[in-house]
Design a protein around this ligand. Structure first.
Ligand SMILES: C[S@@+](CC[C@H](N)C(=O)[O-])C[C@H]1O[C@@H](n2cnc3c(N)ncnc32)[C@H](O)[C@@H]1O
Length: 161
């Protein structure tokens, strides 16, 4: 039997989320960017999502929103053959402009006050940093990462309707 190898214009997918975010407005803002810019799913770890005025597109009605009680549960649930990309400043991080995004990627951002804890950093397949000597707002950082990805990898964006 011959195997049918299907090829799509935009292969791959990505998801994005924040570990233990302290600001529900940031979560809503990131979800809005994620959905508009083609994320396949969004997630929270430790913090449940409550409806946010910043998420005017009601992104959770358009793409799946997963909630994980803790980091271990999140790691166990990572989709098959998908890379975890930590978004964090630091010496171990690759500058985003030099980064080649994986076809199937899950982007993990850290919380507003302390960023990603060491156990999360160690679990990532790769780490990326954005330009600048100061931390950006977490939702802004996530939106820039998504923009970088879709400028490098063809991504199907949702259409109005
Ligand atoms: C406000 S920052 C955390 C700052 C924290 N006070 C620290 O210094 O570790 C929240 C999250 O935004 C993301 N972030 C902000 N600026 C970034 C940058 N320049 N490069 C990569 N990630 C960044 C990271 O995911 C970070 O964990």
């Amino acid at each position: 039997m011959t195997r049918l190898k299907q090829q799509y214009e935009a292969d791959g997918f990505f998801g994005i989320g924040i570990l233990n975010s302290e600001s529900e407005e940031n979560i809503g803002t990131l979800w809005r960017s994620a959905h508009i810019l083609g994320a396949a799913f969004i997630f929270t770890i430790d913090k449940r999502y409550k409806k946010q005025s910043t998420d005017v597109t009601r992104s959770w009605t358009k793409i799946p929103l997963y909630h994980y009680e803790n980091f271990e549960e999140f790691i166990r649930a990572l989709p098959y053959d998908t890379q975890l990309v930590g978004v964090e400043m630091g010496e171990a991080s690759v500058a985003i402009d030099e980064f080649e995004h994986p076809p199937r990627g899950v982007y993990l951002l850290g919380c507003e006050s302390i960023g990603l804890p060491m156990k999360a950093i160690k679990a990532c397949h790769s780490l990326i940093s954005l330009p600048g000597n100061f931390s950006l707002n977490v939702a802004t950082a996530g939106s820039i990462v998504i923009y970088d990805r879709i400028s490098k990898i063809k991504t199907r964006l949702p259409v109005r309707g």
